[in-house]
Design a protein around this ligand. Structure first.
Ligand code: PNS
Length: 160
């Protein structure tokens, strides 16, 4: 079975992420959405909340599963027989850091990284911008799944 991981913080998942998962799921037999457990980075949603949101939005895609990991991504890949990482590239500004990580991951464990060019509909999208917009009452309809939009509003309304 050809497996790939789409790693990230997903705080929260956006429609840009979802687009990458779905496109990767058409190429690989199984796509694991890997939520990084990072105790040093503050997040709006807990890892469990992010996993629940992700599971709900990938439910229509039977070969997309959600898991969490801590430590090095390449160790997770090795332990789970995953030879490839799939990432979305939004713009040239993403490239430097993504290339550095891809080369390091290959150097560490020969894990390959494949980049999917983000759908232009979502190339300006990031989880941080989404949180900022919702905090100040902006409309993010169409940019995040509806279920996520509801949870964001619940969590952030009144925070400004
Ligand atoms: O959504 P993010 O926070 O931009 O995702 C970054 C992520 C999770 C892909 C990256 O930080 C990562 O792979 N972290 C795991 C730790 C690791 O393997 N670091 C070395 C990277 S070369």
């Amino acid at each position: 079975m050809r497996k790939a991981v789409c790693p990230g913080s997903f705080d929260p998942v956006t429609n840009g992420h979802l687009d990458v998962f779905v496109r990767a799921s058409e190429i690989f037999d199984q796509v694991v959405v890997g939520v990084l457990i990072n105790k040093t980075k503050s997040s709006l949603f807990t890892v469990d909340e992010r996993i629940d949101m992700l599971r709900e939005v990938v439910a229509p895609y039977p070969n997309v599963v959600v898991d969490s990991f801590h430590g090095l991504l390449v160790d997770y890949c090795r332990e789970n027989d995953i030879p490839a990482i799939v990432k979305g590239l939004r713009a040239v500004s993403d490239f430097d850091y993504e290339l550095q990580m891809a080369q390091m991951n290959h150097r560490l464990a020969k894990v390959e990284t494949l980049f999917i060019s983000t759908n232009p509909l979502y190339s300006f999208l990031s989880s941080s911008l989404i949180k900022e917009i919702v905090t100040y009452g902006g409309d993010v309809t169409g940019l995040v799944p509806d279920s996520v939009r509801g949870l964001l509003t619940e969590r952030l309304q009144g925070a400004n």
